[in-house]
Design a protein around this ligand. Sequence first.
Ligand code: DP6
Length: 334
Amino acid sequence: MSITKQSVVNSILTESTQLGTAAEAFAPSNIALCKYWGKREAELNLPINGSLSISLGELGSRTSIVESDSGSDQVYLNDKLIEPTDRFATKVISFLNLFRRELQQPVVIKTVNNIPTAAGLASSASGFAALMLAINDFYRFGLGNEVLSAFARMGSGSASRSVFQGFVEWQKGLREDGMDSCAQRLDLEWQGFRIGLLKVATGAKKVDSRAGMQRTVESAPLYQAWPEQAAKDLQTIKRAIEDKDIELLGQTAEQNALSMHATMIGSWPPLLYWQPESVAAMHRVWELRALGVPVYLTMDAGPNLKLLFTAEYEAQVRDAFPELTDLDLVAPFG
Ligand code: DP6
């Protein structure tokens, strides 16, 4: 019989759950420096390669769960009640159902994202991580962070990393049930590390990461080279963080991101998340770098850029990108 999310949860949570009353949890958003792109198993979101990210401190999702007295589940997003048939609500409820088990106690789940909407960042990573942390609290499971990370991964792969702050590595794992495919915080700090969230284009994307990576794995000949490159990049990025070497980190992260995009472009039908504004912004980064400023870019499955640099160059980066507000500049270590 094939392994399902439910069978994995049942194998870990053998005790019957308790009725909850109220819980609240926060999880940060994260930006991958070495990207997760491609699954070896879709039901459990098991990745083909390991990945490494930086969490965004106070930017992320806050989720609360309370008992409902209305007799049915209710889901709110950013203070708005969501229709039960809406995709967001069904995703949240079906994830909760994995843990509710025999208890059918109706609940109210509220999620608030404080990621600047202007940044155009995906919130599924912080959303599923915050939901998992809140579920753990609500049903008083008392699970450890690595199990929480493995469970959050079943909601969305990148959510495994959002269980932690700081630099985080998600190991791809080897087990069939995926319980070793979880993230860990790296014991490395970098006070001067900065991220700039540069929004260049609006509008919902037509192909989400999940569909995008599936298409790439199935149809892109260039994808063959990806797992080996990602494994190498991950080690290089770790070394660069240890040495606080922004050139090595930036170069490796930028090349990793653009290589991932190259696999997407080489898919069929082609997958190009860049807009003309994205390409223009890339050129501005490269021009600034040519002037001697060590600033690098990374991009996910969307048109926006994330800039990587250090505090000593913040003034130059702000000058070159006046559209960056204080809210778009993140100091992950405070
Ligand atoms: C490009 O975690 O959103 O942002 O596991 O299908 O939910 P699912 O995908 P998701 O993919 C994130 C892809 C990425 C790279 C990364 O965050 O590592």
